[in-house]
Design a binder for this molecule. Structure first.
Ligand code: UDP
Ligand code: MG
Length: 347
């Protein structure tokens, strides 16, 4: 999006931070990111989205927001997952560019000036790519590598070593929130798919500094991988067709052998082969049903068209500039008193 002269001199940069049970480190993280932003000669706002934490994360955000109005908070009504939290932040951000980063300093704030510089010189999407994944276990690294390879090979969208740490120009943010209404979201893929002028920078993933381990469970990672795969490629469905052709070939071979024995008046042999064939075909059928089921489940989610997230409370955020859907969520759907409470400074 073309910036006017004033925007170019003093653009507003929004930083969106999804946070789930990050009470231990959130204050320090906000401080470090604020210091980095203060050095960038831009106006800035920070929107921390509490993704239904069970600790005091949101209370802490409210406390910080009271002393610095540039720091804003949104509390979701429950844990909707990182994708929902990031979208909530994008939909409430008002900046000329939006930076998305994690709440645990694994995305180094020291890269922010470089991202802004690249944005000022014309790039609309700046992806931070992982140079190494030292903080991940071997199993997680291998699983991530396989899923990323699968998606990249089948969909043609390169998401190898990608992260959610990125800067998006206002034009891109508007496209993401207005023109990509899908319920099952995978932002890393969508921001590649979208096109426009993109650039990469690299970073080393440090170990999590606060708040213990990764907030992703095995199941939530599996769910994200399936969403990523199903929303960018239909290749698994095509693989089923090839599996069918392979079992047909196997069937022709076994049937020819049986017919030959019958013609030669020999007793049909091959009990073991029969059992193996039955088991193989049985498992192919079950796996195929599972794959088809995953796609149907995703269609079911899209058809239900439930909102990506619900807002329980917010602090410092001017929802007048949010998309109509969000405005409705925080004003007309709730009683007026509730709306007033939500935009008040109280937690
Ligand atoms: N997060 C979130 N909702 C969740 C899980 C994680 O908002 O359901 C946030 C979390 O607070 C952090 C970011 O997403 O800011 C990345 O999470 P984490 O560091 O646990 O993931 P990893 O670094 O292992 O990818
Ligand atoms: Mg992390």
């Amino acid at each position: 999006m073309k910036l006017n002269e004033n925007d170019l001199k003093h653009p507003l940069i929004s930083v969106v931070i999804p946070a789930y049970n990050e009470f231990q480190g959130i204050e320090k993280v906000i401080k470090i990111i604020s210091q980095e932003l203060d050095c960038c000669e831009t106006n800035w706002e920070m929107i921390v989205v509490d993704d239904g934490s069970s600790d005091q994360t949101y209370q802490k955000i409210c406390e910080i927001s009271r002393s610095d109005s540039r720091i804003k908070g949104i509390a979701l009504s429950r844990n909707f997952g990182k994708e929902g939290a990031m979208l909530a932040g994008l939909e409430s951000a008002t900046g000329n560019a939006v930076i998305i980063m994690d709440a645990d300093l694994q995305h180094p704030p020291s890269l922010i000036p470089e991202m802004i510089e690249k944005w000022r010189s014309g790039s609309q999407i700046i992806h931070a790519i992982k140079r190494n994944r030292n903080s991940d276990s071997t199993v997680k690294k291998t699983a991530a590598y396989c899923v990323n390879q699968l998606i990249t090979k089948f969909s043609g969208i390169d998401i190898n070593n990608s992260s959610d740490f990125k800067l998006l120009d206002r034009e891109i943010v508007n496209i993401i929130i207005c023109d990509l209404p899908e319920k099952e979201r995978f932002l890393r893929g969508l921001t590649r798919w979208i096109g426009f002028s993109q650039q990469n920078i690299t970073f080393d993933v440090e170990h999590r500094q606060y708040g213990g381990d990764s907030k992703w469970s095995f199941w939530s990672l599996l769910e994200l991988s399936i969403t990523a795969l199903t929303s960018f490629t239909c290749a698994p469905l095509r693989i089923i067709t090839f599996l069918g052709l392979a079992t047909l070939l196997l069937g022709v071979l076994v049937a020819s052998d049986a017919l030959l024995s019958w013609v030669n008046n020999e007793a049909v042999s091959g009990y073991t082969t029969l059992i193996i064939c039955l088991l193989l075909i049985g498992s192919f059928v079950m796996i195929s049903l599972g794959i088809i089921g995953e796609y149907i489940a995703k269609i079911y989610e899209e058809v239900k068209a439930r909102p990506h997230y619900l807002i329980r409370a917010s602090v410092g955020v001017d929802h007048k500039k949010s998309p109509d859907r969000i405005k409705k969520m925080v004003t007309s759907r709730y009683p007026l008193a509730e709306a007033a409470r939500m935009t008040s400074n109280k937690s």
